[in-house]
Design a protein around this ligand. Structure first.
Ligand code: IMP
Length: 176
């Protein structure tokens, strides 16, 4: 299969610095407490893995998967939970860790679903945010980077199942 290197939008070094700062902010905010980190599969796996290494607190990790865009680059307009949490989040300090908030529909749906389960606190960390695309208001407590309305790949994010392994956030150009 032919692969071409995408253009770099956010470098590996810049991601690492930002992730470290987010981990520090979470550590300071929850001093003396345990946090339950919920990784939204598949896109957030790399961000989540790096982030929890920078949280200096007892961390529990759980996973959810939401229905995705399929092979396209536009939202289907419906979100389904494809994989549910393994453990209860009742009375827990929950932090949802997501790769990107685009229209906001996925995050809004997930927040509503998890709020109903009675966590002690519920916050959102998202590596990326596309403000120009937002249709559903979502409050992002820990945000990595605001980006323009471009379809991005890498560092966990895919296009048709590919490019997740790239260590940086990239943009596909016309040639690839
Ligand atoms: P939303 O529901 O429109 O906010 O979309 C959120 C989900 O769409 C993310 O968790 C990603 O899986 C996917 N997504 C949105 N924008 C992009 C992008 O630029 N690249 C890759 N995936 C994206």
């Amino acid at each position: 299969m032919e692969t071409m290197a995408p253009d770099v939008l956010i470098s590996e070094e810049d991601i690492a610095l930002r992730v470290e700062a987010l981990g520090k902010a979470i550590t300071e905010e929850y001093q003396g407490q345990e946090v339950t980190v919920i990784c939204v599969l598949k896109g957030a796996f790399m961000f989540c893995s790096d982030l929890i290494k920078k949280i200096n607190l007892p961390v529990k990790l759980d996973f959810v998967a939401l229905s995705s865009y399929g092979d396209g680059t536009a939202s289907s307009g419906t979100v389904k939970m494809e994989l549910d949490l393994a453990e209860s989040i009742k009375d827990k300090n929950v932090i949802i860790v997501e790769d990107i908030v685009d229209t906001g529909l996925s995050m809004k749906t997930l927040v509503q679903l998890l709020e109903a389960r009675g966590p002690k606190t519920l916050k959102v960390a998202s590596l990326l945010y596309k403000p120009s695309k937002t249709k559903h208001s979502v409050s992002i407590d820990y945000m990595g980077f605001e980006i323009e309305d471009k379809f991005v790949i890498g560092y966990g994010l895919d296009y048709a199942g590919r490019y997740r392994e790239l260590p940086y956030i990239g943009v596909l150009n016309a040639g690839n």
